[in-house]
Design a binder for this molecule. Structure first.
Ligand SMILES: Cc1cc2nc3c(=O)[nH]c(=O)nc-3n(C[C@H](O)[C@H](O)[C@H](O)COP(=O)(O)OP(=O)(O)OC[C@H]3O[C@@H](n4cnc5c(N)ncnc54)[C@H](O)[C@@H]3O)c2cc1C
Length: 550
């Protein structure tokens, strides 16, 4: 048994931020427990941006979850990757950096108790964590650990893409993370000098030498130890060896699946779920594991009649060359290829964009499978503010058994309508004159998939998750809230906090890594009792209002 001031469960995205910020005070002894492996410097699966599909579905890097049969997707189970390695999902993710729309945060602020999570309060923390190589200003940071490189997005296919979005009537914006999100642009990426810049590389490695910070890998927390209504430590396993650590404070950073699971096996959760799993309820907290949100996506793919896609670089015989170039930090291995995309409002009822598009100069799925051996290109598209809600629930008291997860994708009429709009916008852009010289025909869903029922049927069969589970231990003060928005403390349990994707009140309208990191930065100040950064009230683009761009 050892004793620490703070135990952080999960050395993932949020966990690495907290490990850095909370151990800055040398008198605070911090322990990080990470269930996965270390992220060695030589491990190209993690550090080579273009190798991103190798970690997915690989048990050495991925928890490899699967949903329950999804009723809205014809009973399909959806494979769901989660990083199981130092850096967590930021060590295997797509490296796309999207803050979301300012109005996402103003909407968070409408959740009871969350008024200080509006855009004005969150913006200084986005800025604190960033070094935006395009330049710092009142929107973007210039001195933070996360160096953001923008995609060059400069090949003939990217040129056609930017022309086509304008031909289709959409806007090209300077910076989707700055004044105006709505429109299309080159994207910021967590890639620096040809290598992935994970949360671990950015936040944990630079402070690993601190004597008051200890990081244990292959250490899986199995239970939070409680004495009455106070958390006093954590039980965990290293290999098969059961261990215990005591702590003044336990912070759960296991992510939107594992955090509610750990709370539930520790007796904190909906009484009925605990009872059915055979766990004694220490605290009936009905929101734990509920309110699960995610983004679902499809690939609208085209064959390309000119040899200009990046497909040839993936050929087996070329891989040694790509690898050698990458060692010199250049070439096709040094990019994630997600270099551009955009945000669209698909109907007049939404005030800010509800669809996100990623354009890729190749036709390929996340798992690396390709519909054609030749050249292709694609849009990766899906609705961003679905009102479908799911849950994470333990099946038994065994902390090593995977929990049941159901997203209830496509379960509402609004969700289904936005899907039709998403596919229609993608086709509208791809059928513009700018693509004429490249377009050799739609591969997926295919020209025969036209009427609404056929499109929805294809979405049910072909969609996959964008890997953004969130909101399962959300902040707030209402009866389904789990975490106090002013302290990140779990309601009703002293010395226990949650800081990760679980605490978001609602999913944001883009990829969620940047919001999770911002939440962790701000939470670090709230947990340490620091004076929070002053709110920054800057104008931003709002549809229907006159632009006040600086
Ligand atoms: C394949 C993939 C691609 C993605 N692409 C993008 C993208 O391009 N852009 C983007 O913005 N977002 C992307 N995301 C989503 C984004 O990376 C995550 O939402 C975000 O990193 C989650 O951060 P987190 O801190 O909540 O959890 P994580 O980063 O997943 O960290 C949780 C950590 O806790 C550890 N852990 C869990 N349980 C325990 C336990 N009991 N004991 C000890 N340790 C434990 C895990 O092993 C993990 O290291 C992607 C995600 C995946 C999986």
């Amino acid at each position: 048994m050892t004793d620490f001031d703070i135990v952080i469960v999960g050395g993932g995205s949020a966990g690495c931020v907290l490990a850095n910020r909370l151990s800055a005070d040398p008198s605070t002894r911090v322990l990080v427990l990470e269930a996965g492996r270390p992220d060695h410097r030589w491990d190209f699966v993690i550090h080579m941006p273009a190798a991103l599909s190798f970690g997915i579905g690989n048990r050495f890097y991925d928890w490899k979850y699967e949903s329950e049969p999804e009723p809205g997707l014809g009973g399909r189970r959806i494979a769901h990757a989660r990083g199981k390695v130092l850096g967590g999902s930021s060590s295997i993710n797509g490296m796309i950096f999207q803050r979301g729309n300012p109005m996402d945060y103003d909407s968070w602020a409408n959740t009871p108790g969350c008024r200080n999570w509006d855009y004005a309060h969150c913006l200084p923390y986005f800025r604190r964590m960033e070094t935006c190589l395009e330049g710092a200003d009142q929107y973007r940071g210039g001195h933070g650990p996360l160096v953001l490189e923008r995609g060059p997005a400069a090949s003939p296919l990217f040129e056609a893409f930017f022309e086509a979005v304008q031909q289709a009537g959409y806007h090209v914006t300077d910076d989707v993370n700055g004044y105006r999100q709505e429109g299309f642009a080159a994207f910021d990426r967590n890639v620096h000098r040809g290598r992935r810049l994970s949360a671990s590389v950015a936040y944990l490695h630079p402070v690993a030498h601190r004597p008051n910070l200890e990081v244990l890998t292959r250490a899986q927390a199995t239970r939070i130890l409680l004495e009455g209504n106070r958390a006093v430590g954590v039980e965990y396993r290293r290999g098969r060896r059961p261990c215990t650590v005591t702590a003044g404070q336990v912070i759960c950073c296991g992510g939107a699946v594992n955090t509610p699971q750990l709370l539930q096996v520790s007796g904190i959760g909906p009484a009925r779920v605990l009872e059915e799993a055979g766990v004694r309820a220490e605290l009936d907290l009905p929101g734990v594991g509920e309110n699960l949100q995610d983004h679902l996506e499809v690939y609208v793919q085209y064959a390309c009649r000119q040899p200009v896609s990046v497909a040839p670089h993936l050929a087996m015989w070329r891989r040694p060359l790509v690898f050698a170039q990458w060692l010199a930090r250049r070439g096709p291995g040094a990019t994630n290829h997600f270099e551009a995309g955009g945000f669209v409002r698909s109907n007049g009822e939404v005030s800010w964009p509800n669809l996100m598009f990623h354009f890729l100069p190749i036709a390929i799925r996340y798992d690396g499978t390709m519909p054609t051996s030749g050249h292709g290109y694609q849009f990766h598209v899906g609705p961003m503010s679905s009102n479908s809600r799911g849950w994470v629930r333990i099946r038994s008291a065994d902390p090593l058994q995977k929990p049941a997860i159901r997203f209830n994708y496509l379960s509402t009429p609004e969700d289904r309508r936005e899907w039709l709009e998403a596919v229609s916008v993608a086709r509208k852009v791809m059928s513009q004159p700018a693509f004429e010289e490249f377009n050799a025909g739609e591969l997926s869903p295919g020209p025969e998939v036209v009427d609404e029922e056929a499109v929805l049927d294809w979405v049910r069969r072909d969609s996959e998750t964008a890997l953004h589970p969130s909101c399962t231990a959300r902040m707030g003060t209402d009866h389904l809230a789990v975490v106090d928005p002013t302290t990140l403390n779990v309601h009703g349990v002293r010395g226990l906090s949650v800081v990760d994707a679980s605490v978001m009140p609602q999913i944001t309208n883009g990829n969620i890594y940047a919001p999770v990191m911002m939440v962790a930065e701000r939470s670090a100040d709230l947990i340490m009792g620091n004076t929070p950064l002053s709110p920054s009230r800057v104008p931003f683009h709002r549809h229907g209002q006159e632009d006040q761009s600086p």
